[in-house]
Design a protein around this ligand. Sequence first.
Ligand SMILES: O=C(O)c1ccccc1NCC(=O)[C@H](O)[C@H](O)COP(=O)(O)O
Length: 261
Amino acid sequence: MSILADLTAGSVADANARKERRSKAEVEKAALEQTPALDALELLAPAERVKIIAEVKRASPSRGDLSEISDPAQLAVSYETGGASAISVLTEQRKFKGSLADLEAVRAAVSIPVLRKDFMATEYQILEARAAGADIVLLIVAALSQKKLAELHQLARELGMTALVETHSEDEIDRALEVGAQLVGVNARDLDSADFTLDKDLFGRVADRIPAGVIRVAESAVLKRKDVARYREAGADVVLVGEALVTDGDPIRTLEKFLSV
Ligand SMILES: O=C(O)c1ccccc1NCC(=O)[C@H](O)[C@H](O)COP(=O)(O)O
């Protein structure tokens, strides 16, 4: 089994275990009763300056433990203060040490859109995201059949959310566009390679495939200001940053630096 398939199977199994305790009907009711999702497409729209989605990331398969993050809400408030346009919360438990409780705490603390970043392949997970207050959900093209991608994208839309449709090649960008994605991510990290290879130039090579009118998000591999600048020069409207913000001890200053490109 590929690493991505393994991560997805783990997240789906964990969601299925939660479903034993909280039925799909109950989660759907909570999702429909939730405060309406923020309009992420409006808030992440292309602007004169680059925008940043700042990530709450405790650990990862490639880097192990990154930061304890005992108070994800406080970290998210720092991100908002530093100028982030949205917050990404890794809710995967097994390798990233996240949870839906993290997402709920972040949602209650900030007024910008919140992304549920997880390995999602079922309707239940999308409903859970909305019930927890997510405005954006991650759909990874490589983890889903085209039919499933279309179904989950449609469900996210029906619930008022935006899907960040993540790709790693031109073919995957075409698949994202085919389902009507308006927010397309290009992840520099190869989620299927054993060592999670980072290709910092991938975004620049494939960005032109994403047409005007669709928001372009460059994901991963930002450690320095110059990495943000390179993505911006290559056409990124939005850059998603995790590790650099959770490890340097002063996320507000780092965000201000990154946003100054
Ligand atoms: O971060 C990992 O090691 C990883 C491994 C396998 C699947 C996904 C993984 N990360 C999720 C992400 O895409 C990143 O957290 C996100 O883009 C931020 O990346 P970075 O700024 O490089 O921490």
